[in-house]
Design a protein around this ligand. Structure first.
Ligand SMILES: *[C@@H]1O[C@H](CO)[C@@H](O)[C@H](O)[C@H]1NC(C)=O
Ligand SMILES: *[C@@H]1O[C@H](CO)[C@@H](O)[C@H](O)[C@H]1NC(C)=O
Ligand SMILES: *[C@@H]1O[C@H](CO)[C@@H](O)[C@H](O)[C@H]1NC(C)=O
Ligand SMILES: *[C@@H]1O[C@H](CO)[C@@H](O)[C@H](O)[C@H]1NC(C)=O
Ligand SMILES: *[C@@H]1O[C@H](CO)[C@@H](O)[C@H](O)[C@H]1NC(C)=O
Ligand SMILES: *[C@@H]1O[C@H](CO)[C@@H](O)[C@H](O)[C@H]1NC(C)=O
Ligand SMILES: *[C@@H]1O[C@H](CO)[C@@H](O)[C@H](O)[C@H]1NC(C)=O
Length: 339
């Protein structure tokens, strides 16, 4: 009987493909978009929600040396000297980035994801264009072009296997409306034993080597690093509306350089801040509704957004958003930084 059902489904599938008006895989109870949208880089945009283009600025500060030796060794050999150029350093670099604020999967799919929204931040060495066509949807693309990814929960894409965790890496809370037409404000933290943030690489000065490469590992309070003074678990903050978004991640890290055999290289602890500012990619976003809970009226894949990705016909136009408001959040955030 199963076999017969499968055989019956095939002509139906082919008919739907031929007519081209029905996405047989589309399910309004899921958080995926219809798959009949052309020109959409599905690696980044498969879910219903809002997408923002911007850049992510990484800052390393409060650098302190870390000493792995035992107390007796330290007594014998003396305190570790961290060379001058590494002390009190603040090091900053940035990547182009896409912020995705999207619907969560339904409860029976991800029962432990109690978050109101999913948040992902994708960064790129190349502004997302250079490697995309060659490595689309492959893990190869990630290693080549994605220096850092943040996901509040491991995101699932159509093509990805289902060996995913159902538990979020960050617990998120949307502040209840406190006035009229405020942007959404979201806070979050992770109390996991292991810091869920991915490792990254940076270039900064070193004491002993010239290329300045450092491997950076985000750490948690549970990592038993008594000498990381003032360390806290990782936290996130997000402010967004249908025109712009600001997102920040704060964590503590340890970092070290590549060591030649027997070479003494410093290990440091530091504070890591990642700040994203971006504006809506209207052509790739659904219509964000006002008020909590955060919900979207799916538009990408429907009506005038079905097949076209040009700006004028995007969700922003459909939602009637005033383009001049686009920079309002960014303005507020920048004012805050400079005051
Ligand atoms: C795309 O799929 C959605 C969902 O199945 C459907 O409502 C829409 O009409 C389709 N658009 C086109 C152009 O086929
Ligand atoms: C680092 O900054 C602290 C506080 O500003 C200061 O007391 C200390 O002398 C500085 N250390 C170096 C090596 O510049
Ligand atoms: C993005 O990168 C590509 C390839 O490096 C380049 O051709 C293009 O001009 C860049 N676009 C922007 C907006 O920077
Ligand atoms: C989220 O909250 C739940 C319930 O308090 C807790 O069990 C879980 O460990 C938290 N998850 C994270 C990532 O902090
Ligand atoms: C670090 O420097 C190397 C060599 O100049 C370069 O290839 C690499 O892209 C740099 N990495 C970062 C994160 O800036
Ligand atoms: C946003 O970024 C995507 C991916 O790089 C790009 O294709 C799109 O044109 C950008 N949209 C806007 C409005 O800048
Ligand atoms: C959709 O496009 C058609 C043809 O360009 C236009 O007449 C109609 O007003 C559009 N609908 C919406 C909701 O933008």
């Amino acid at each position: 009987m199963r076999r017969a059902a499968t055989l019956l489904q095939l002509p139906l599938f082919l008919a739907a493909q031929a007519i081209g008006s029905e996405d047989v895989n589309y399910d309004p109870d899921e958080n995926y978009r219809p798959r009949n949208v052309t020109g959409l880089d599905y690696y980044y945009y498969p879910w219903i929600g809002s997408y923002y283009n911007g850049s992510a600025v990484f800052t390393i500060s409060d650098v302190e040396p870390q000493d792995d030796r035992s107390d007796s060794e330290i007594e014998e050999e003396g305190e570790l000297e961290l060379c001058g150029q590494l002390r009190n350093i603040t090091y900053t670099w940035s990547y182009p980035a896409i912020l995705a604020i999207t619907e969560t999967e339904p409860e029976d799919e991800r029962p432990k994801n109690t978050n109101p929204i999913d948040v992902s931040l994708f960064t790129s060495y190349s502004n997302f264009t250079q490697y995309f066509s060659d490595y689309m949807d492959s893990s190869n693309m990630q290693t080549r072009d994605v220096p850092f990814i943040f996901e509040s929960i491991e995101m699932s894409r159509y093509s990805f296997p289902t060996s995913r965790d159902t538990k979020p890496d960050f617990n998120l809370t949307v502040a209840e409306d406190t006035g009229n037409e405020l942007p959404f404000r979201v806070t979050g933290s992770s109390e996991l034993e292991q810091n869920p943030l991915g490792t990254l690489q940076m270039n900064m000065s070193t004491c002993s080597r010239t290329e300045g490469w450092w491997g950076v590992v985000p750490i948690s309070l549970d990592d038993d690093l008594d000498d990381v003074s003032g360390g806290t678990n990782p936290t996130v903050q997000l402010t967004f509306d249908d025109s712009s978004a600001s997102f920040s991640i704060r964590s503590w890290i340890v970092a070290n350089t590549l060591a030649e055999e027997d070479e003494e290289t410093p290990r440091i602890s530091a504070r890591l801040t990642i700040e994203f500012l971006g504006r809506i990619d209207a052509a790739r976003s659904d219509v964000l509704n006002e008020g909590t809970p955060v919900i979207w009226t799916p538009s990408m894949g429907f009506g005038n957004n079905s097949l076209s990705l040009d700006y004028e016909s995007g969700a922003l136009a459909a939602a009637g958003v005033n383009i001049r408001q686009i920079w309002s959040i960014l303005g507020a955030v920048l004012a805050y930084i400079f005051i």
